[in-house]
Design a protein around this ligand. Structure first.
Ligand code: ADP
Ligand code: ASP
Ligand code: MG
Length: 433
């Protein structure tokens, strides 16, 4: 059971989480940092990278004050209030120690890890005060990434297995989301929003019956509720649909978190901490037929267009183009081709200049930044018909610069300018749902 930042965002919320996890069977609980904490830790790190120690100290001070209040509210007895204060003092002394020394990417990762270490420590103490037999399993002892920054699933499985074996018979097991060690053994993380990924990796590693992602909304909605009114939860999604939605911008799920669940065929449920009785969304291997399930949007996309008359009737052209992206370890999201050109989109622009330079060997190159991919996800098998018509009818007033259809049987992707995103999302809700 994974609880996100808002779900553990205050003492009261943590108390609600305790009620949810105590459902009569042993549960492994993955917690995020309390909401806003990771952002504050990023801010502190930014100040320290710029050698602005006063800026960092001010943010640290505010964050510390928040935790003092939460500790006061969370525990009822003096013994646990003192233990809670000792816990946060220890972590904040550690964070403050970084204001006196050199600050590199290594120290930044250590600072970012404090949020999850504090929230899990606080929650574990709270359960103990309630007389619950809980145990804290340090994620840094078993969550590990390899040389490519990918989770080392063999290591995770072996080590969490060993740790659980040594800690049998408890009611609640608690661990940190997001944080891990990298191939060098240093503290690292699974990227922002990565606690979902921890939950699915751990769920897969222990062969969980179900992976539950508890958040602040009643499941995956059929459109982005931050931009569109009147969205509604989708009761069921297939693994593939959920993976596409997560990858293409549905913030409720970390982009890669569906894959470990899918590989191990473990259902994932998205549930609402504020409304625990709501059905939420069930993600499983069942594919629902004849429907568009949901729409999502991914921002900060760059489109690259290569025009070349040399492509006409030539073979091997696409290979040369793709090799350039491979050289720079840049993955392509959308592709669209014609006889004299190919357009692709990327979201990682770290090597964009070098890529564009190399592509110029093969043709004219144009770059459009600030684009958004809108993905329409559902059952789009060849037998289903009418959906393409409905999608384009809905988007008739939005300028579309690329279309990708048929790449998978459950996704149509459309590229629009960033400023047209909200119009496009609303038009799709009106036209499709
Ligand atoms: P947590 O802190 O629990 O991980 P997140 O903020 O990462 O929560 O994800 C939940 C948020 O995702 C929701 O509050 C909602 O604003 C946003 N969101 C974006 N797209 C969707 C969608 N399609 N369905 C549900 N929520 C979505
Ligand atoms: N606390 C981390 C973040 O804010 C991880 C997570 O919440 O999923 O990104
Ligand atoms: Mg999240």
């Amino acid at each position: 059971m994974k609880f996100g930042g808002t779900s553990v965002g205050s003492a009261q919320r943590m108390k609600n989480v305790a009620k949810i996890v105590l459902d009569g069977q042993p549960n492994l609980v993955v917690l995020s940092a309390m909401s806003g904490t990771t952002n504050s830790l990023v801010e502190i790190s930014d100040y320290l990278s710029r050698k602005n120690r006063d800026g960092a100290r001010e943010v640290i001070g505010k964050l510390y004050d928040k935790y003092v209040r939460e500790v006061e509210d969370l525990y009822s007895g003096e013994e646990f209030k003192t233990a809670g204060m000792d816990l946060i003092r220890e972590h904040f002394d550690y964070i403050r120690s970084f204001t006196n020394d050199v600050f590199t990417a290594y120290e930044e990762k250590v600072v970012l890890s404090q949020g999850e270490l504090i929230s899990t420590g606080m929650f574990n103490l709270y359960l103990k005060e309630q007389g619950i037999d809980s145990v804290l399993l340090p994620a840094l002892d078993f969550m590990k990434t390899d040389e490519n920054g990918e989770p080392d699933q063999v290591f995770i499985k072996e080590n969490i297995g060993r740790i659980l074996e040594a800690n049998q018979g408890h009611q609640i097991y608690i661990t940190q989301g997001f944080i891990c060690r990298n191939a060098f053994g240093d503290v690292d993380n699974l990227q922002r929003g990565g606690s979902d990924y921890t939950a699915s990796l751990v769920g897969a590693a222990i062969g969980a019956e179900e992976i539950q992602i508890w958040t602040d909304i009643d499941g995956m909605h059929n459109n982005d509720p931050r931009f569109v009114e009147g969205t509604s939860p989708v009761s069921d999604l297939s693994f593939d649909e959920a993976a596409e939605l997560a990858y293409f911008g549905a913030k409720i799920l970390h982009p890669t978190c569906v894959l470990p669940a899918k590989s191990n065929n473990i259902p994932v449920r998205l549930l609402n901490t504020m409304e625990p009785e709501a059905r939420g969304t069930m993600i499983s291997s069942v594919q629902y037929r004849n429907r568009i399930a949901a729409v999502a949007a991914k921002d900060n996309i760059t489109a690259i267009r290569i025009h070349s008359s040399r492509m006409l009737l030539a073979y091997g052209f696409l290979r040369k183009v793709f090799e350039i992206f491979e050289t720079y370890k840049t993955s392509i999201d959308m592709i669209s081709t014609s006889e004299v050109g190919v357009s692709v989109t990327v979201d990682n622009t770290r090597h964009l200049d070098a890529i564009v330079d190399d592509l110029k060997k093969y043709g004219m190159v144009e770059v459009d930044r600030g684009m958004t991919i809108i993905s329409i996800v559902g059952d789009l098998e060849p037998y289903s018909h009418g959906y393409a018509g409905k999608i384009f009818q809905a988007l008739s007033s939005v300028p579309v610069s690329m279309i990708s259809y048929g790449g998978s049987s459950h996704n149509v992707s459309i590229l629009v300018r960033g400023e047209d995103k909200v119009t496009a999302l609303r038009a799709l809700s009106a036209g499709l749902f």
